[in-house]
Design a protein around this ligand. Structure first.
Ligand SMILES: Cc1cc2nc3c(=O)[nH]c(=O)nc-3n(C[C@H](O)[C@H](O)[C@H](O)COP(=O)(O)OP(=O)(O)OC[C@H]3O[C@@H](n4cnc5c(N)ncnc54)[C@H](O)[C@@H]3O)c2cc1C
Length: 397
């Protein structure tokens, strides 16, 4: 088998990980077929933070300028106390950060990001996309790998890449390690038009209001035309899905007693969508022969470091690089790929859980948080995040 092999890589899932993988492999000259279970490609409407490392991975895929076009550049990352209203810490995220890390910090609409990927993938003649195609089974032999779809069809290729997210079917085949772990946190999210946000509450920064077992994050989107709000609180409630309609009453119960700035923003919103947050313990062995995992399927994480899509895109860049190195030995390429990636993604998974605890701390823990972050400087923040924001040089080195 060689690069001239006409059999495609079968990519299960057309989210950020699936499209990034299709783009990375497609640009490297390999045929790719993407199978997405939804009836159309798309992302739910909400914001996403694009740290400097994410931009480096996007740059490697030729998407940097396209993503910059619709994004917003926050001036700072700020944490405030949702009970006292004081600023707990504030780190510069504008030009100073860009000079430090060589890439800016952006926030953008998930739909804009997904559309940028989709446009680029559609422009590649060697990538084909199929919707309403739910993968239900995976199989392989020494020469090929294949998936079975819910409609009974069998689709065969040279390998299968599982980009099917948190509840991955391909992961079950590769790792068979049970269900995701429920964090006991729910994220309500909404996007407002700029004119719906009271003038005195609109801020150009990414602001996080840390409260007892809650937090609210807000920032502008789409060149400043939209405003993103994500409100998180502790709850045992569980439903699977990314786009469920939330009960505002539940939100009010959890945010009661918080600062008027927080409550006034929350009350602007009529309809909330929600996610029940889950992750997994870090794992190794993301590949089994010709089948491999990318993105949330490999390393689902809580969003408290805002890195899930970034890690998925870095994965895709690294995977394509390994495949290019040994196109005739995909099992070896896949193994080198996950070995190069899993410690970095494990670190993000673990640190994201820890950050969730920091955001939601109260009582003595909250006092400790306030004292520690109160002493933090922008320089210290850059130093502490260098391992993450400087990017993964092994991806493009
Ligand atoms: C509230 C919240 C905020 C976040 N904020 C950020 C942020 O600021 N920055 C950041 O980098 N990340 C962020 N993330 C994480 C990021 O959204 C995810 O890590 C990223 O979207 C994962 O992409 P994915 O393609 O691996 O999975 P998904 O986005 O879940 O995509 C999986 C795709 O596979 C399809 N699929 C599933 N099963 C099958 C099947 N059996 N057959 C075929 N197709 C299938 C699905 O329909 C879907 O299209 C956030 C997450 C949450 C919950």
């Amino acid at each position: 088998m060689s690069r001239n092999d006409s059999r495609p890589f079968i990519v299960a899932g057309g989210g950020i990980a699936g499209l990034a993988t299709a783009l990375a492999l497609g640009r490297a000259g390999f045929p790719v077929h993407v199978l997405e279970r939804a009836f159309e490609f798309g992302e739910v409407g909400a914001g996403i933070q694009v740290g400097p490392n994410f931009l480096r991975a996007l740059d490697a895929l030729g998407l940097r300028e396209r993503v910059l076009r619709d994004a917003w550049r926050p001036t700072a990352l700020e944490m405030r106390c949702a009970l006292r209203g004081v600023t707990l810490c504030r780190f510069e995220a504008g030009l100073r950060l860009e000079r430090h890390f060589g890439q800016p910090y952006l926030v953008t609409h998930r739909a804009d990001l997904h559309a940028a990927f989709l446009e680029a993938v559609r422009a590649l003649p060697n990538v084909t996309l199929e919707t309403s195609a739910r993968v239900v089974e995976v199989e392989q032999d020494a020469e090929a790998a294949a998936v079975r779809l819910a409609d009974g069809r069998r689709v065969e290729g040279r390998a299968v890449v599982g980009c099917d997210g948190l509840w991955s079917t391909v992961r079950r085949y590769v790792l068979d390690d049970g269900e995701p772990v429920r964090a006991g946190h729910i994220a309500y999210r909404a996007v407002l038009r700029r004119e719906e946000v009271p003038e005195d509450l609109w801020r150009p920064e990414v602001v996080l209001w840390a409260g007892p077992r809650t937090h609210l994050v807000h920032y502008p989107l789409r060149r400043g035309e939209l405003y993103n709000l994500v409100a998180v609180f502790h709850s045992r409630h569980y439903e699977e899905g990314w786009n469920l309609e939330g009960d505002p009453q539940l939100l009010w119960e959890h945010f009661r007693g918080q600062r008027p700035e927080v409550l006034r923003l929350l009350e602007r919103i009529e309809t909330w969508r929600f996610w029940v947050l889950c992750d997994r313990e870090p794992a190794r062995d993301w590949s089994k022969g010709r089948v491999v995992l990318v993105g949330d399927a490999a390393h689902p994480m809580l969003q408290y470091l805002a890195q899930g899509a970034a890690m998925a895109t870095e994965d895709a860049v690294r995977l394509a690089r390994e495949v290019l190195a040994t196109p005739d030995d995909l099992p070896a390429a896949f193994e080198r790929y996950w070995k190069a990636r899993y410690l970095r993604t494990a670190r993000v998974q673990i640190q994201a859980r820890f950050f969730g605890e920091i955001y939601h701390a109260h009582g003595a823990k909250g006092d400790l948080r306030d004292a520690l972050v109160g002493a933090a400087t922008t320089e210290g923040f850059y130093a502490n995040t260098a391992w993450l924001y400087a990017g993964d040089d092994t991806c493009w080195g």
